[in-house]
Design a binder for this molecule. Structure first.
Ligand SMILES: [Zn+2]
Length: 162
């Protein structure tokens, strides 16, 4: 699937307006991979935790909790002999293992969030990086992780586009 440049800009939330930015700086230029038939699998799960956002100057600066809904999207360009990109059970298990680190925790106390506020954006990034380390291979990779902190508010992290 081709990613047009406008989309790439939007997806990454960065101010990339120059052609060269797409060539090397952020690695968001569509790769030849994007031109090929792609497969995508997605799972949805959730976890509960408490946090407060430092220097937020709003209600979220106070200690409170959410039941975050988490969506994990894995993409790839090749299926295995069973015609499967990634076994859903395997993806769910890996996600469960990663979520054990944040479920029913006070997120501000976790090492990852000592320097970064435990915003939904950073939570999505934490989950993305942890899952990518477990799941990524030559022919499949974590494409995005979304963290819904309420039914109408969601943050998504894409990592470096592949
Ligand atoms: Zn919150």
């Amino acid at each position: 699937m081709a990613i047009d440049k406008g989309k790439a800009i939007e997806f990454n939330g960065r101010n990339c307006s120059k052609e060269k930015d797409f060539d090397c700086v952020h690695g968001v230029r569509p790769s030849p991979r994007d031109e090929k038939l792609m497969y995508e699998v997605k799972i949805v799960t959730d976890f509960a935790a408490a946090h407060n956002l430092r220097n937020f100057r709003g209600r979220c600066e106070n200690l409170h909790g959410h039941n975050w809904k988490v969506e994990v999207v894995v993409r790839g360009d090749r299926l295995d002999q069973a015609g499967v990109l990634l076994d859903f059970g395997e993806l769910k298990q890996a996600t469960r293992q990663v979520l054990q680190q944040v479920d029913h925790q006070y997120l501000n106390d976790l090492p990852y969030f000592k320097e970064r506020n435990p915003s939904s954006e950073h939570i999505a990034r934490f989950l993305f990086e942890s899952l990518a380390a477990r799941i990524n291979g030559d022919h499949r990779w974590v494409f995005s992780v979304s963290a819904w902190e309420s039914k109408d508010s969601c943050a998504t992290y894409y990592g470096e586009s592949r």
